[in-house]
Design a protein. Structure first.
Length: 257
């Protein structure tokens, strides 16, 4: 028992040494702080867009809508993937409607309404990790700055969900990819958040659920990394995190002792 206790102590001491000097903890949002309960969420959201469009005079079948939307999305991401850009979701809707023969601009009410239709359905499938609020509060009590960096094309929806689940007041900074037109693993989105916090990369740790996006991007700018293991996965050497946790409260053992 004595040797077991000593090993546990030494392990904890090693963790604390590797995370010494950390001033901020930055999180991915979806499947890290907020969870998604439906694997068909995208399909459900697009069906809701189609229902909205039809009810507002866009006379197209769901199949025609999906064909146009899929072509627009592929064309858009073929152009921007190398630079890891993230244009607002309204651009997808605008271009889709134009392909369907409805000429409108990005500020048209029907574009805004379709985007809100997606957001409303998306929100129905999202819920908070039961440990999120407690973990963020404890980290703040220990003096850590807290932030979110999320890939999402509808920042208004992300901010509303953060507020609705009581996380807004626990965050010092929230950066959504479509607000800065850069998506993870682009170093620019991480550096933007670090700049808002006024800290260097080596003073921050990033927590996320996706090795080739969250972990790769954070490592590239010099941040420590923690993977929350939401599902079984293979992790390449390039994307290997500094630590792996299975639940948010495990962070408290790593960072708060």
């Amino acid at each position: 028992m004595e040797n077991s206790n000593r090993s546990a102590y030494l392990s904890q001491e090693a963790h604390m040494s590797r995370l010494s000097g950390i001033k901020a903890v930055l999180f991915d949002l979806f499947d890290t702080l907020l969870l998604i309960k439906d694997s068909n969420i995208s399909e459900n959201c697009l069906k809701n867009i189609h229902r909205f469009l039809v009810s507002n005079g866009v006379n197209v079948s769901y199949e025609d809508f999906m064909r146009a939307y899929s072509d627009v999305r592929k064309s858009l991401y073929d152009r921007i993937s190398k630079r890891l850009e993230e244009p607002h979701f309204k651009i997808r809707i605008t271009d889709t409607l134009r392909r369907l023969g409805y000429n409108c601009n990005i500020e048209a009410p029907i574009v805004k309404g379709a985007t809100e239709a997606y957001s409303e359905e998306f929100a129905r499938h999202v819920y908070s990790d039961e440990e999120a609020h407690h973990t963020l509060r404890r980290l703040r009590e220990r003096g850590y700055k807290i932030g979110v960096i999320s890939n999402f094309a509808i920042p208004e929806c992300a901010h509303k969900l953060i507020s609705d689940y009581g996380l807004k007041d626990l965050l010092d900074v929230t950066v959504i990819s479509a607000e800065v037109n850069r998506r993870k693993p682009s170093p620019e989105i991480y550096n933007f958040a670090l700049g808002l916090l006024g800290i260097n990369a080596e003073e921050a740790v990033f927590v996320g659920d996706t090795p080739d996006i969250d972990i790769r991007g954070a490592k590239a700018v010099g941040m420590k990394t923690i993977l929350i293991l939401r599902r079984e996965m293979e992790i390449s050497a390039e994307d290997k995190p500094d630590f792996v946790i299975k639940r948010l409260s495990d962070l408290l053992n790593l960072l708060c002792g």
